[in-house]
Design a protein around this ligand. Structure first.
Ligand code: THU
Length: 159
């Protein structure tokens, strides 16, 4: 029996260290938190996507009295982008969240279901999705969702 290790990679940056396009995307994610419908959790999450044509699309979490019927910010943005612009791949996804005390100090990371959906996008377009996770103390920068989802499962695993 062997002990094996999987390494994940990410960067920690101050907002001002990022290039203008990434800063713009994070600002769009922050603004998207205003579109959150979170009457139950009071946790406002915003997502912003940079498509391969350079345009930005946003999403925000949408909750429901029947809890499982709601959807995370990431998936509202991704599914809207896919429904409207399937011809463009998703280059970068930024996520920001705030509660009643303001934006979170530490970045939040996507839930398991959102990670799987981002992975499907990488598999569909054969291109990694960069991920920017905003916190007021700094931003986590990941080059692929695979760094959030080791041992991932995609279509090719069924063949
Ligand atoms: N939520 C997101 O929108 N994205 C995440 O990455 C984590 C959680 C939402 C779902 C729910 O509306 C609220 O935050 C509390 O879980």
């Amino acid at each position: 029996m062997k002990d094996l290790k999987i390494e994940i990679n990410y960067k920690f940056a101050q907002l001002t260290e990022l290039n203008e396009k990434d800063q713009e995307l994070i600002k769009a994610a922050c603004k998207a938190t205003d579109h959150s419908y979170c009457n139950y959790s009071h946790f406002h999450v915003g997502a912003a996507i940079r498509l391969s044509d350079g345009s930005i699309m946003i999403g925000a979490n949408q909750e429901n009295a029947a809890f499982p019927s709601g959807l995370c910010a990431e998936r509202t943005a991704i599914f809207a982008a896919q429904a409207q612009h399937p011809e463009f791949s998703i280059e970068t996804l930024a996520i920001a969240a705030r509660n009643d005390n303001g934006f979170m100090k530490d970045p939040i990371t996507p839930c398991g279901s959102c990670r799987q959906v981002i992975l499907e996008i990488e598999d569909r377009y054969k291109q990694p999705v960069r991920i920017l996770l905003y916190g007021t103390d700094g931003v986590y920068v990941l080059n692929s969702v695979k760094d959030l989802l080791p041992f991932s499962f995609v279509d090719s695993n069924m063949r």
